[in-house]
Design a binder for this molecule. Structure first.
Ligand code: HEC
Ligand code: HEC
Length: 395
């Protein structure tokens, strides 16, 4: 039953522009945002994992809402599905050896970080497993002659490498400051006055995933309201955020109310004035260097936030526009990344708006291509009305 449900929601999951991927196991949620990391106990303290689930031995004390994202982190790190460790429909059972090993591995990971990295999560399941159930202990031999050629131009590999990295550092040192990058971005979009004038955006297009392409309508309204309707053959899927609360709707299922990192992600996506809000979102900023994205060179800016995980922004060196945003969902073991690539910028009412974006996570990706976009048209607040919460626990 749970498995079926998980599969059914996996579509909705794929469509959501938020952090948490598993919504099939309905967590008892009051829909209130708890931006709380495991180390910080804020009143009212959120429900703990062991209070909501039946057999929690190692992950005691983490917020219940983080259990499923944590499981997603584990599955992605090992490149396996839930059944690799779990008995179908009985997640609390300890019948599989792999589940017991995973508990030991969690303890091991905590110890490694405690004893070697001041408790920072520098080593996670992914550090060793890299998407495989069995980590590799022995370095691979060279399988391709071209790698050999690349490794030793002019027969002096080590020196060449060193001077290359020096060149990169020099470039970094001479590069723009975080403030300059953010200012240039605001200018590139059209300037703060033009950005702040946008009160609504109504979009039509298609969403492409897994070889399918279906129509999608998106309505966004200031402040921070956004709803998308994906017209699936079997009915309409909804992803919505009303400025405070978010929910996902799939035909034939009770709504899933967003929690924790999902709410954080949805609020970022819903912000029509994100470009002018970035500076005040961050408590600390640093330019990490440059990276190539497709045909563009981009400056990488790391913006740190209070309590919440940081955000990485990639600005086109030439145009100054945002090419990529990477945000992270909090879990008990590490961060789950969501990467959004923006493209096809077009000028609409004096502001540059991406008409295409691709959202990718460890377990899925989709691309939205807009065909129509209107700004500052009336959008009724009723569009963002919250559905009634489901009665009792979901089946
Ligand atoms: C590599 C092994 C592994 C994988 C893969 C895995 N889990 Fe887990 N899961 C565990 C372990 C270990 C625990 C118990 C943690 C503890 O004792 O603190 C657990 C606990 C749970 C629980 C709590 C059950 C209860 O009532 O006590 C749920 C629910 C769960 N996992 C769901 C999932 C889902 C959904 C997936 C797939 C996305 C998944 N798990 C993938 C190892 C795994
Ligand atoms: C320091 C490296 C390291 C870290 C960190 C690590 N593992 Fe492992 N893991 C291993 C090694 C090595 C094995 C043994 C592989 C073998 O038996 O060949 C293993 C085996 C496992 C297995 C059993 C695989 C099988 O099929 O028998 C599971 C399950 C597992 N790890 C889960 C995890 C989880 C979950 C985490 C994060 C909490 C984690 N590991 C973190 C190194 C690591």
């Amino acid at each position: 039953m749970i498995r079926k449900k998980l599969r059914a929601v996996s579509l909705a999951i794929l469509l959501i522009a938020s952090g948490t991927m598993i919504s099939g196991l309905k967590a008892a949620s009051n829909g209130v945002a708890h931006h709380v990391s495991p180390q910080i106990a804020n009143p009212p303290s959120p429900k703990k994992a062991e209070e909501q689930f039946k057999n929690i031995q190692v992950l005691k004390g983490i917020p219940a809402e983080q259990l499923l994202p944590t499981m997603q982190f584990v599955a992605s790190s090992l490149g396996v599905t839930c059944e690799y460790c779990h008995v179908k429909n009985a997640f609390e059972k300890d019948e599989k050896e792999t589940k017991k090993t995973a508990r030991k591995m969690m303890e091991m990971m905590f110890t490694i970080n405690q004893e070697n990295f001041n408790g920072r999560r520098d080593v996670t399941c992914y550090s060793c497993h890299r998407g495989n159930a069995k980590p590799v202990a022995i370095p691979a031999v060279m399988t391709d002659d071209s790698a050999m050629a690349a490794a030793m131009p002019h027969g002096a590999p080590a020196e060449t490498k060193a001077s290359e990295s020096k060149a990169n550092n020099a470039k970094e040192a001479a590069g723009p400051t975080p403030e300059q990058l953010l200012d240039k971005y605001v200018q590139a979009v059209g300037g703060s006055a033009a950005i702040d004038k946008v009160t609504s955006r109504v979009m039509k297009g298609t969403i492409e995933f897994g070889g399918q392409s279906v129509p999608i309508d998106i309505y966004a309204k200031d402040p921070d309201m956004r709803i998308s309707f994906t017209h699936m053959p079997g009915g309409e899927s909804i992803t919505a955020f009303n400025g405070h609360e978010g929910w996902l709707g799939t035909p034939g299922h009770p709504p899933h109310f967003m929690q924790g990192s999902e709410i954080d992600a949805a609020s970022i996506d819903a912000d029509l004035h994100l470009a002018t809000h970035l500076k005040r979102m961050f408590t600390k900023m640093a330019v990490e260097g440059t990276e190539r994205i497709g045909d563009h060179d981009a400056y990488v800016l790391l913006g740190e936030r209070d309590v919440k995980p940081p955000i990485r922004l990639y600005f086109d060196e030439k145009s100054g526009l945002l090419l990529r945003l990477v945000r992270y969902g909090e879990t008990a073991l590490g961060w789950l990344p969501t990467q959004i690539d923006y493209a096809d910028y077009r000028n609409t009412n004096g502001v540059e708006v991406p008409y295409r974006w691709t959202l990718a996570r460890p377990n899925g990706r989709f691309t939205i291509q807009l065909s129509e976009l209107q700004q500052n048209v009336p959008v009724d607040d009723a569009k963002f009305a919250k559905p009634a919460p489901p009665e009792g626990p979901a089946k």
